[in-house]
Design a protein around this ligand. Structure first.
Ligand code: AMP
Length: 203
């Protein structure tokens, strides 16, 4: 079966014809057949004028695209002794939780103010379109634990840099930083200099 049209309004046209995934004996489909960029919808002027928002919900609702995204985000870190995945609410959780299961490690939620019930450590940071504070439980990371930081999108890099700072404040060792989408024009990587930074899609 060949997809001939974009699956949802607002999605870009396919760069190439994507054949339906072939299912292999492990139950996982052939990971080479899906152009994940087709499942990211560009929404101009959201949440404020001037921002081109990269909407991942079309990818989330497609089981094969979602599986491939999680797989491609996880594969580089297999065998790297990752103890914990730390992700940022809310969209980071959608990938970070699945990746933790795939990597056989634990999961640490990094959340906005007022959401975590116990004692927290916090850091203030600047986003592409606002300022905010992130919190993590004080006991979320033990000294020396190896932590992979995960988010859906890197824009300016401020959010991921804040999570790296939080993990290191608690004594964790940041193994690397993984994104689904990197907005290359915003040079967010510069804030993560010296870290191993990976993105599945560079837009
Ligand atoms: P930043 O700290 O600037 O790298 O922003 C990254 C965070 O904000 C991620 O958690 C994204 O979910 C969100 N974000 C920022 N800019 C965008 C955008 N243009 N499209 C989608 N999500 C964005």
């Amino acid at each position: 079966m060949v997809r001939s049209t974009a699956p949802w309004p607002g999605l870009r046209p396919p760069r190439e014809t994507a054949a339906a995934p072939a299912w292999n004996t492990s139950g996982l489909h052939d990971m080479t057949t899906i152009d994940l960029a087709r499942y990211i919808r560009d929404v101009p002027d959201f949440p404020v004028p001037g921002i081109l928002f990269r909407d991942i919900t079309p990818l989330l609702r497609d089981p094969r695209a979602l599986e491939e995204a999680v797989e491609r985000m996880s594969t580089p870190w297999l065998g790297r002794r990752v103890d914990l995945v730390a992700s940022i609410e809310a969209r980071g959780f959608m990938f970070g939780g699945a990746m933790a299961v795939r990597l056989g490690c634990g999961f640490v939620p990094v959340r906005k103010a007022g959401k975590l019930p116990w004692r927290t450590c916090s850091v203030r940071y600047t986003l592409e379109y606002r300022e905010d504070v992130l919190h993590v439980h004080e006991d979320a990371v033990e000294r020396g634990q190896r932590v992979l930081v995960v988010d859906d999108v890197i824009a300016t890099g401020g959010t991921a840099a804040a999570v790296v700072e939080l993990v290191e404040k608690l004594g964790g060792e940041v193994v690397g930083v993984q994104f689904l989408v990197e907005l290359a024009g915003l040079h967010g990587r510069d804030l993560l200099e010296g870290r191993e930074v990976r993105s599945v899609l560079v837009l």
